[in-house]
Design a protein. Structure first.
Length: 316
């Protein structure tokens, strides 16, 4: 099979028939063998009934429905697990991503041997204040932190080799950082293509300003996981050693000052009256806690089980 098109969605009943028709037109024109995977992330409108109807009309359409809203990352995870195509295309269901971009993305993966190709919405039709400026800041921070040189991390229109999506774990809210996850997994040939961005035709955006705050928090998380996810003791242990070193030096100074005063015949003061005592005590406690955090991280890493992250109510 040439293509698997994975489409996560939430309350997009108006756009689904048009999107399906558009994708089928592109697939037929280029004679692709394909499957369309609609992942209904707990919609409360008529989206699932439309997906069910499309699957009966077109045997290439498949659908997965979550019991409730679990988030885009979980929807992509479910879609990736069931995708069978040589190339997997992800796109949003709101008609802002153009299916006409699919052939070029497919050719870049197949003919130019890219592991992953990310879309770049260079010209956007979103609000400058609420989306464009925060998005530019977010993408700049992501480039600096991850060393993956993409202009638009958050573009939903992407193409992947099958082997890539089968070897990365998309969890939490990490869908924004799939290129970083792919790089960390060893897939280093990552490309970018300028794609057409269209104004939203139906409904309203499901994402607000909070997604950028969450995005920056996730960026810190993925920075930590990419460097210390497999060796947490290296980070916590290093800070623990630093705290113990400060505590040891403070303790040594306390002893030296006390011995000097005793030798000089001065009346000694209580150790607890010396500020260095509290520095030594505090840093020793913090150092111990950091070591314990590192040990607990190592234990959890070696004993964690793959817990169920979402529940599926229906499939077609």
């Amino acid at each position: 099979m040439n293509l698997s098109i994975v489409i996560p969605l939430l309350n997009e009943q108006e756009s689904l028939p048009e999107l399906h028709q558009w994708i089928v037109k592109v697939m037929t024109t280029h004679n692709y063998s394909y499957e369309i995977l609609f992942i209904d992330d707990g919609s409360t409108d008529d989206s699932w009934n439309i997906i069910d109807g499309l699957s009966k009309e077109n045997p290439n359409v498949k659908g997965i429905r979550f019991l409730r809203n679990y988030g885009k990352s979980q929807a992509l995870h479910a879609g990736f697990a069931r995708a069978n195509g040589d190339v997997i295309i992800t796109m949003d269901a709101d008609l802002q991503d153009s299916p006409d971009e699919i052939p070029d993305l497919y050719n870049m993966v197949i003919n130019q041997d890219y592991d992953l190709v990310s879309g770049w919405k260079k010209k956007r039709y979103d609000s400058v204040v609420s989306k464009n400026l925060p998005s530019k800041l977010f993408n700049w921070a992501a480039r600096k932190t991850s060393d993956v040189q993409l202009n638009d991390f958050n573009c939903g229109l992407k193409a992947y080799k099958n082997i890539v999506i089968k070897n990365i774990e998309v969890s939490g809210e990490m869908h924004r950082y799939i290129p970083v996850l792919a790089k960390n997994a060893g897939f280093g040939k990552i490309g970018e293509k300028v794609v057409q961005h269209q104004a939203r035709k139906y409904g309203e955006s499901k994402f607000g300003m909070s997604r950028f705050i969450n995005g920056f928090l996730d960026l810190i998380t993925i920075w930590f996981l990419s460097r210390y996810g497999k060796r947490p003791m290296h980070l916590f242990g290093a800070f623990g050693v630093l705290m113990f070193l400060i505590g040891f030096i403070s303790t040594a100074l306390i002893i030296i000052f006390k011995l000097v005063k005793l030798y000089s015949g001065y009346q000694t003061i209580l150790v607890t009256n010396n500020p260095l005592f509290y520095i030594a005590l505090t840093t020793m406690i913090i150092g111990t806690q950091l070591f314990l955090a590192g040990f607990l991280g190592e234990i959890i890493l070696r004993t964690k089980s793959n817990e169920e992250r979402y529940k599926i109510s229906k499939e077609v």
